[in-house]
Design a protein. Sequence first.
Length: 432
Amino acid sequence: MNPYHSRSGERNVGGLKISALVKQFGSPLFVYDAEVLDHKWKLLRNTFPPEFSIYYSIKANPNPGLIRRFLAKGSGVEIASGGEFHVALASGCPAANMLFAGPGKTESDLDLVMAGGIGEIHIESLLEAERISAIARRQGVRAPIAVRVNPSAEAQGGAMRMGGKPVPFGIDEEQLDIVIRRIVSDPSLEFRGIHLFAGTQILDYTVLIRQYRKGMEIALKVARMVGRPLNTLDFGGGLGIPYFPGEEELDLESLRNQINVLMQEIRMEPMFSGTRFVLEPGRFLVGDAGIYVARVIDIKNSGGKKFLVLDGGMNHHLAASGNLGQVIERNFPIGILNKINCECTERVDVVGPLCTPLDVLSKNIYLPVAEIGDLVGIFQSGAYARTASPLGFLSHPSPPEVLVENGRARLIRRRGNFGDLLADIPGDLQQY
């Protein structure tokens, strides 16, 4: 599904020309297509059976306008900090419909979410479980926890491995028995289940199925150990989207067929009776829906190379610059949005306005001949773009976010201003 249709040689989002959106909201900006968000939710819901609950992982994009859209469809929310807890609450998600995962949870974060009635906390270490137990005793509650497991190597896959090696994420599978016994012996802890997360950005459905089977194997072993079915088996996220040449979309039809085979086995196993299966997609739901738009403000030649200088760069879109953990430098899909039907004849580097050689959004890319004022768009920018970028670097205003729905554009995050740069500075230091 291509959301960015061409109209008179110019890309548009949801029937609105990009140039009209820039005229209304300025540049740079992020634009999201509501139709794509709905389409991706429908694809996911049609792939997984009703036994699977979907929890939107808001680290991918924590804008309340997007969170509320998924909540309205029946989603829960997966958070990774006290700040995300506040964002989820403000977006209308009850605390009971949240899962809290991630390493390094602070005592204040744990105190906050437990007092608020968090649905589950997914622990990353035995020390964290002990910290939660102490808080639970102080609050006079029983803390609902699951154990995040770092599985063995055969469960790994995807563009970014998260387990099967020494990592700060989860409990090593080899240590799981000891940790589970410690948890179930603590009356302040309510042991609810297992969270498996081995990798992310997975485009091969066979890797996902292998991971799901590994999760079933671990959960079944733990259920037998504790003598009852688990409340939760969380398979994490992992579902990817294609960014680069040679990558293909995840084969959802084959994934659905294999999931149905798994479910036949699950429904025959008494130790899975009543177990809730959880997915935590983020990138899959929002990545395709977003586009980052910036304007060409300078064109220059240096050492035989042409540079297009934009009014936004890695401060808004670190992932596109290749500085968000990419092992191989590859260009995000990019185009000149107001010349979408023009032939790509000129090889250029596309750079931002920052005083660092790292601020390169695209290298040696062929684009139409550019002019000052042209609008450059980076596609696949709905996830881990604005939210994963150093917005404060060089103190440029942060970009707004716009949601297009039914042919209408709605501002869902305003542009930052210079006053925002001093908002958290004590008043006696704000005077010139």
